[in-house]
Design a protein around this ligand. Structure first.
Ligand code: SAH
Length: 255
């Protein structure tokens, strides 16, 4: 089938506010033949997919897999080899904790043409809508993005908590809701000030965005009290104090 393969666009959808889609993402979605997506882009964007496009939900959510990553890769390859042009729609940016890099590698190995369309990552945009700049001249000249999603049954965390506890900048955690208590505990155990401000932002940029502010010491209790659920971004560091000064914004409507 060489020469007749289709093309795959790995498209980032941004954090959920449809106006944060790039012009390129919007154009590709609007003219799509086949869209392979999961739930992370959020309702407003998923509802805006054209009625006449073929749509396949590979909807993976932590603990609720409908398709494994290997199956998704296999689907992309198979559909591309059928000659289809595919929009692989992913939340935020495809290469930030999105496994987009793995999908791209498979496409390259199979000789399938692909293009990445970067998106606005939730790691930066979600704190921004919550009034939290991830860097600030006064309080944070560095920022690091980590995954908080570690298997709770694993006795050892894969993250280097010692280095993270010493890190003087902002820590942004993606996928960390279930592990929030353990992660906060690890940072305190390794010497981070328990009074360090923490914000957890659920469904950022969307109409039902919610911000919970606390400290490393009390964020686990607050998370239980507020029944915090994924998708959520956790921000740790003094920049969180900006939330009170800058305030929140979100999309006004569901579109
Ligand atoms: N590629 C994505 C991240 C994928 S990992 C990006 O660049 O944004 C999935 C995690 O992203 C979620 O567990 C959550 O931590 C975060 N996330 C994505 N969209 C979000 C949103 N609108 N609000 C809060 N967190 C979000």
């Amino acid at each position: 089938m060489s020469g007749s393969s289709g093309k795959v666009y790995l498209v980032g959808s941004g954090p959920g506010d449809p106006e944060l889609l790039t012009l390129k993402a919007r154009r590709l979605i609007d003219s799509a033949e086949l869209i392979i997506y999961d739930q992370l882009p959020g309702k407003a964007i998923l509802d805006s997919m054209p009625a006449n496009a073929e749509k396949i939900d590979v909807g993976k959510y932590a603990g609720n897999h409908t398709m494994t990553q290997a199956e998704i890769n296999e689907l992309l390859v198979r559909k591309a080899k059928e000659g289809k042009t595919i929009i692989r729609l992913k939340g935020g940016d495809p290469y930030v904790f999105g496994r987009g890099g793995e999908e791209a590698e498979v496409l390259v190995a199979e000789g399938i043409e692909f293009e990445v369309v970067p998106g606005i990552t939730s790691a930066i945009a979600v704190p921004a809508y919550a009034g939290i700049p991830v860097t600030h001249r006064e309080s944070a000249s560095m920022v690091t993005f980590i995954t908080g999603h570690e298997d709770p049954t694993k006795p050892e965390s894969g993250l280097d908590w010692e280095t993270l506890a010493k890190f003087g900048g902002t820590i942004v955690i993606l996928m960390g809701v279930k592990m929030l208590g353990r992660n906060a505990e690890e940072l305190i155990k390794h010497g981070k000030d328990p009074d360090t401000p923490v914000a957890v932002i659920e469904r950022g940029t969307r109409p039902d965005q919610r911000v919970t502010v606390g400290t490393l010491a009390n964020i686990a209790d607050l998370s239980n009290e507020h029944k915090i659920k994924a998708p959520a971004i956790t921000v740790i560091g003094d920049v969180v104090k900006m939330h009170n000064i800058l305030g929140e914004q979100r999309t006004a409507t569901e579109f």
